[in-house]
Design a protein. Structure first.
Length: 129
């Protein structure tokens, strides 16, 4: 099972854990901002050799057996350059905000992938009222 390779921890002490930030309660079928970031308390280096490749956000409505992928963001710039590693003029930060209109309460699941430390996950309940 893939689940045995997914890591999780307290994001306040581990830089790889995706942090989900949104209102705990949202009105039915109203666009709600959901932000997912990696490195909120402890910055992730995001260098050519060590970076977050992508973040994905899933939603599982209460009572459902299926997840719905709300968003996936790939980070492509890691300060690489023809002049050498970490000399490039740009690098992406592991931060994404999406808006979603939900009809039912459920759980948000965020996953992120570090090219060295693998797959990380977190979750957050959201109430739709």
């Amino acid at each position: 099972m893939l689940s045995e390779y997914v890591k999780s921890a307290d994001w306040k002490s581990e830089k790889h854990v995706p942090v989900i930030e949104c209102d705990e309660t949202t009105p039915v079928d109203t666009c709600t901002k959901i932000t997912v970031s990696v490195g909120k308390e402890i910055a992730h280096p995001n260098t050519t050799a060590h970076h977050i490749t992508w973040i994905a956000l899933h939603y599982v409505p209460d009572g459902s057996q299926c997840s719905i992928e709300l968003a996936r963001c790939e980070f492509s710039a890691h300060a690489a350059s023809t002049e050498g590693a970490d000399t490039g003029p740009a690098k992406t930060c592991s931060f994404v905000t999406v808006c979603a209109a939900l009809k039912k309460s459920g759980t948000l699941y965020a996953t992120s992938y570090c090219n060295i430390h693998g797959l990380w996950a977190s979750e957050k309940k959201i109430t739709v009222a």
